[in-house]
Design a protein around this ligand. Structure first.
Ligand SMILES: O=C(O)CCC(=O)C(=O)O
Ligand SMILES: [Fe+2]
Length: 204
């Protein structure tokens, strides 16, 4: 079955040495901007995924103020570290968009973590795609159309795979149903990391 228009899955886009280099860069990022547990708007229910960001803006959520972008880490109050050069290169290769990303959300999934079906729609500029990288254990990724009730399909994402949601696919619903523990030896303690690059503001 083919993916919705504007949704691309690029298996193995990053080779093993590139994945290792990226994990090294992420270690520095997490040292400066520790992973924290985000909470859903209004209910305050904690997400199973832990998060941090790099870039001039980071995506955050909490009970009181909900989904938003901000320039500082919600726990430390510090600015986010810069996006690694490797990821800016990846964006230039795949985004077909003339401005750099502003946010790179780092999602860490433990063996039991998942992410419900949602749209990425907190960005002012929807002309830019969402470019998303998988590292570590494989996952079952679900993608549908632009309405919540539409049909969906599932694909397995492996370490080094990239998914692009752009054009007609920019607002497709998507989520992560499960992690497959022990399917990669990239991360010494296991788990899955997802990096999601986004342009947030409209360039002036
Ligand atoms: O983990 C993934 O592959 C998807 C993450 C995601 O959809 C998001 O952070 O908005
Ligand atoms: Fe998303």
């Amino acid at each position: 079955m083919s993916l919705p228009s504007g949704v691309r899955h690029i298996p193995g886009h990053l080779d093993r040495p590139e994945q290792e280099k990226l994990v090294g860069a992420l270690r520095e990022i997490v040292r400066a901007a520790p992973l924290y547990t985000p909470a859903m708007p209004s209910t305050g229910k904690e997400m199973s995924v832990r998060m941090t960001n790099c870039g001039t803006l980071g995506w955050v959520t909490d009970k009181e103020r909900g989904y938003r972008y901000q320039a500082t880490h919600p726990v430390t109050g510090e600015r986010w570290p810069p996006i690694p050069e490797m990821l800016l290169t990846l964006w230039r290769e795949l985004s077909d968009y003339p401005h750099p990303p502003e946010a790179c959300l780092v999602n860490f999934y433990s063996d039991t973590a998942k992410m419900g079906l949602h749209q990425d729609r907190d960005e002012a500029d929807l002309d830019a795609p969402v470019v998303s990288v998988s590292l570590g254990d494989a996952c079952l990724f679900r993608v549908g159309g632009t309405t919540r009730s539409g049909s969906t399909q599932s694909l397995r994402l492996e370490s080094g795979d990239v998914v692009v949601l752009g054009g007609a696919g920019r607002l497709c619903f998507h989520g992560v149903d499960r992690i497959y523990p022990g399917t990669s030896d990239l991360l010494p303690k296991g788990g899955r990391i997802n990096l999601t690059l986004r342009r947030v503001t409209r360039p002036v």
